[in-house]
Design a protein around this ligand. Structure first.
Ligand code: SF4
Ligand code: SF4
Length: 461
């Protein structure tokens, strides 16, 4: 095992204020289970899980409450004992509505409630690849870095595709967030075990552990944990540059390969990328039989009394997370779910955390940029910042005029929504939102076209 500097630098990128000092020294703290959880059926990328409980049901921690509902989907398990108060549509962090199980965790369980068959610890060294994959799936694991891609799908490349590089994403380039940093410091042994399990599933690929240079403690922790590992394993120290944590840019920065335009995936260039927290969760699911029921979330921002890295059960309401951190010391002008570059501003604290809730930020008026969007002055700054070689100015102007076709022709579907274009635009244009709007519109059109094609096929079999 050796540590090397990244030999590849991607085009574009920006240097936002990182503000990580607020929470980086805060060791992971477990919070007690709150009285009510809002457990979403849509905690991952793909089809929401199918809820299999109803109001009045009693459930035990770890019990399946949502079944995987398609190839790209993930099951959901109860993150605490309790009684289902309701199953209803609830607001998610990204603004959409999804079915959620509202769980009263103070309810006493009936004495005759049958026990839940727990997942049994697996001896991964002697388990088969299929047993390990099944475990990742039944533990409900998805990428915890933000995208939420089902891990069991990612770890099972389609026929003809082979994983040559397993890349661990420890970049955590989003401002304020320190959850992954703390996991690397405090759970290094779990990451090591998770890597060994994943290597076995993927047929022993080379391993690259990607960490930005501004996290020397995490680099040291990984060096120690992996010191005696055998095979082709390297820690790759990345330059501090946003969006270094983007999957595509990390692949380029570590192994110099370029993922083609969608629908191409990392596996098309022989790579699988997984977030460090996810890797630790895979170790726990296999070795200890623990499903993914909780995660570390950074609660930070200059409005928070005591910024922390909090280990909380899935479904913990934002209001409870804030209360655990002592509430606000100043009025929060903006609340963001995730980081400041790619996160979503939220208007309610009744939202429950999911498997992908990496951060929750409370920012005062001093930190919230006050602006009103103006006309583009063609300065070209967004073109230089875009790490995907797009023309964000052209796309934003097209979407502003409802010309989605021009945005599509300008390859808006390759936009990774990193926010680098909006950052520093002197006209304060909400370019990333324009890109999101165009992508949603194109996806909706494609779904309608697929549905129409299926209906036509069904009518004329
Ligand atoms: S940075 Fe803003 S003003 Fe400059 S070209 Fe891009 S959209 Fe226009
Ligand atoms: S256009 Fe998309 S990929 Fe390019 S900088 Fe903006 S958000 Fe990032």
């Amino acid at each position: 095992m050796k540590t090397v500097k990244s030999p590849f630098k991607f085009k574009g990128g920006v240097h936002p204020d990182y503000n990580k000092e607020l929470a980086r020294e805060s060791a992971i703290e477990r919070m007690a289970t709150p009285a009510e959880l809002v457990v979403s059926m849509s905690q991952h990328l793909g089809a929401p899980a199918k809820c299999i409980v109803k109001a009045g049901d009693f459930v035990r921690r770890g019990q399946l409450i949502g079944e995987k509902n398609g190839f790209i989907s993930v099951c959901v398990r109860a993150s605490a004992d309790g009684q289902v108060k309701a199953v209803e549509k609830r607001l998610g962090p990204a603004g959409g509505m999804a079915d959620a199980v509202i769980l009263d965790t103070t309810a006493a369980l009936p004495e005759d409630l049958p026990p839940v068959e727990p997942l049994k610890p697996l001896d991964w060294k002697n388990a088969t690849r299929e047993e390990l994959l099944k475990r990742v799936e039944e533990a409900g694991i998805c990428g915890m870095g933000g995208a939420g891609f089902p891990s069991a799908v990612k770890l099972n490349p389609p026929p003809g595709k082979r994983c040559e590089y397993l890349i661990l994403n420890g970049a955590e380039c989003e401002p304020y967030l320190t959850a992954d940093f703390r996991v690397m410091l405090e759970r290094a042994d779990r990451i090591r075990t998770g890597v060994e399990i994943m290597r076995k599933i993927l047929g022993m690929p080379a391993v690259r552990i990607a960490i930005e240079a501004n996290k020397p403690e995490a680099i040291a922790a990984m060096e120690k944990a992996f010191a005696d590992i055998e095979g082709n394993v390297e820690i790759v120290v990345l330059p501090v540059l946003y969006p270094q944590g983007s999957e595509k840019h990390q692949i380029y920065a570590t192994v110099g390969r370029v993922v083609p335009e969608p629908p191409a995936l990392p596996i098309d260039v022989g790579c699988v990328v997984e977030n460090v927290g996810t890797v630790a969760a895979i170790a726990d699911a296999v070795e200890k039989g623990e499903p993914l029921l909780e995660r570390v979330t950074t609660v930070s921002g200059d409005a928070v009394a005591n910024p922390k890295n909090v280990l909380a059960p899935s479904g913990t309401k934002y209001s409870d997370l804030l209360a655990f951190c002592g509430g606000t010391k100043e009025d929060a002008a903006k609340v963001i779910s995730g980081g400041t570059m790619m996160g979503f501003a939220v208007s309610s604290l009744d939202i429950g955390t999911t498997k992908t809730t990496s951060g929750l930020l409370f920012l005062t008026r001093k930190k919230v940029f006050q602006y009103s969007s103006q006309a583009c002055i063609n300065c070209g700054r967004c073109l230089r910042a875009c790490p995907m070689n797009l023309n964000p100015a052209e796309i934003s102007k097209a979407v502003e005029s409802d010309d989605i076709k021009t945005a599509e022709d300008a390859h808006v579907m390759t936009c990774i929504e990193c926010g680098a274009c909006s950052f520093g635009c002197p006209a304060y244009r909400t370019i990333t939102q324009y890109c999101r709007r165009a992508k949603n519109s194109i996806r909706a059109r494609m779904a309608a076209e697929r549905a129409a094609a299926q209906a036509a096929k069904a009518a004329n079999p």
